[in-house]
Design a binder for this molecule. Sequence first.
Ligand SMILES: C[S@@+](CC[C@H](N)C(=O)[O-])C[C@H]1O[C@@H](n2cnc3c(N)ncnc32)[C@H](O)[C@@H]1O
Length: 863
Amino acid sequence: MAEPETLNPSLTEQIQPSILQSTNDDEDLIDHNKKPSIKAEDEEIDTMDKIQPSDINLVEKRKREENTEEEEESNGNGNGNGGVLIPKWKTSLCSYYRRQDGSCSHGETCRYAHGEAELRPRPDNSWDPTSERAKKILKSEKIEEKVEVLEAREDVLIMTDAVLDSTEDPGLNKCLVNLPRKWTSDSLKKFLDEQGVIYKSAKKKKGMTVGFATFETADQVKNAIEVMDGKSMGNKQLKVADVLPRSFEKKTQSTISLTRSTNHPTEAGFASDDPNISVPSNGLENVELNDNDDPTVNMEASKSRSVREVVTPLAHMSYADQLEHKKKALEQTLKKLTRNARKACPEALPLPEWVLNSRDIGGLPCKLEGIIESPVVNGYRNKCEFSVGYSLQRKPTVGFMLGNFREGVTAVEEPTNCPNVSMIACKFASTFQEFLQLSGLPIWNRLNNTGFWRLLMVREGRSHCSGGENLEANITEVMLMVQICSVDFDDEVVKTELQRLARAFSDGASANSPPLPLTSLVVQDHKGISNVAPADAPLYPLSITMTDSASGQVVVEDDDLKMRIHDYISSLCFSISPTAFFQVNTLAAEKLYALAGDWASLGPDTLLFDICCGTGTIGLTLAHRVGMVVGIEMNASAVSDAHRNAEINGIKNCRFVCGKAEDVMGSILKEYLNVPDNQEETLHVSDTNAKDDIDDQDNDPSVDKLNLDIANHGDGDVKCATGGAEVSVEELEESEEKNGSIPTTKPQYRNVVAIVDPPRVGLHPVVIKALRTHPRLRRLVYISCNPESLVANAIELCTPSSDKTDKGNNNNNRGWRNMSSAGLARRRTKSMPESEPFRPVKAMAVDLFPHTPHCELVMLLER
Ligand SMILES: C[S@@+](CC[C@H](N)C(=O)[O-])C[C@H]1O[C@@H](n2cnc3c(N)ncnc32)[C@H](O)[C@@H]1O
């Protein structure tokens, strides 16, 4: 509970008596008819955050205290108590003074500071949180916090990969912590030479604050520690640390001594020479990590946590508690939308209704209607990307990394204890692990950028539509994708080794009872050094022969099936290529898409934009409820999957465009929606009444449409129906032009809706601007696996814009790197062209990721 003293008078003055009765949280403490007198420009510096619901009673107490003090002050000479400064004299800014542009009826006798210059620190040495000083301090603290998160910490290093030579004593390998990020291996070597440090080899990757040095003797190590440990490096101190935690070494030593009668780890015969120094923060996805489509990729890890804790940190809670936990976290994030829109609203404009109404719902921008639970809680992931690396015991392992490479953690542990991974996936990981332990080709070393085996992806599919019960029994297809780096390896050796691998997978699958469904084996040759394979990294199938254990028959997979997998959503079949995005929890995704469709108020006269459409899942599952779907997606394989999926399912009213939404959105909107002025007027009139019409549309197929009665149409050759007669789009357009009805190239729809489902970073500002400024788009359903970016995008979509837009000033953008996404969005609202803002109508979460802190959030925006 905050002490009364922490309440800022400028806030208490804004509190209305009626609000004091409320038991709602922070937003209720604000006079919602007023904008905050100070707008924090950069970070989330919101004094409202300081006030807890339980402070409400304290507000009145605080007022009484203030009155008493003011009485005292007025009896004295202006600085209270007969010349003796009262403790809180001028420690808070006077809000009257600030609001009245420098005038306050108390004049010099006012106990509050008239301007920053008069402001004094509080007795606890803090500053009034609304003051510039406090904001500056808070900002620098936040920056430091962020930096700290990124800095490697000596106590969390588990660089299994840095022990490069198995014959060496790990004690001869050391990590150097707090090196400048921009240093390379050469800079580190130069530094060591300059310091007179004798070493055998040194490594450093740009971007990391950790480097590695190997020594030949214990004396060299001793000398290096003496010279370097504690040495100042800028404002940091250099640390010489062990590459493996000491606790681990002790554990390893005792284990080894039991089995090998030695307490020297190097005699355990560990192979080495690889690393997997990547950043599978969640451990789950190596490639997708930076692909940003999977929310479960940003977890922090430390060596003290097990792989289960790293990958599924909520697994210790009951599922009901997990949902409650997520809901509360989402509410906190959603409140940022209200706060930031209030701050960003131009002075000259009234606050939007939804901001004013937020006090009735605890500061939320709209009601959070709940969280839909996942139909399956365990083993739900239909796709896992397993890292290849060394375990704490320095055994080649296929599983999840225990932390972040940049933070100095590279150890990989088996996935068996992670409840979100299926048994099938664990079994294939285990088969691969056994294979690697005997393989003549090395595991990829991220520190050296050398090696062959990089990762294993396991994707599961179903060949028919099946419910949630006994999920694993319904898995009829498995695609394995092995990522390798063939650089510097002999083609014949590679070919032979991959054939051996194919056999190992086939044998492993067949040996299982019942046999595991292995239907596709793909190799991805990724030659780059980064974690993420580019979209055009070569992919090729490997032949698999499976022996059916029951019949003894050899089954050779059909060529066509080799590079794809299938799954079902809402009874539609989806064919998925190896690198295309597909939600990892299919049954929960079905619920997500159904919710989005329900909220989008669809009807036969709806044109639906499916933005970031992947393999077309959303658009295709909703196609039967709309006139037309236009999907936009940048991944070419996913777009080709989308076309294929439309065909497989006999859906004709969809078009999929391959391109970055930021590159194509504007022209697509123009192509489909721009109509001459006189018609736009008609459309607006219709749109005003659209809601009522649309609500009934599903039930009323004869609903009056703008000009055309369009059943199906698509991209050129697909048929449209007008008044029952089938004509081609070309014929239709020709006739339109002749009749002078719609001189555009596309049929027009009265209800224009966008469903956006962007990657973790959210929508590009160019896309936001295109959607916001197109008057025909009245409804937008935003699906997000990252509520922070949803909030940031919604700030731009929902904040009123003034006619005086800020055209952008470089000085204003200083420090943007350290700004929160909400702060950046707030800044961008200033350059939003004058346009009608959306308003948040309702929000709902869908839990696609049990046992992790993540879930999908859906928000309906209308105008
Ligand atoms: C979260 S996934 C959603 C996919 C699809 N809606 C689904 O549910 O299966 C995000 C998709 O956006 C695509 N994407 C990422 N950035 C994009 C961009 N700038 N423009 C268009 N698509 C993009 C990704 O390739 C990915 O398929």
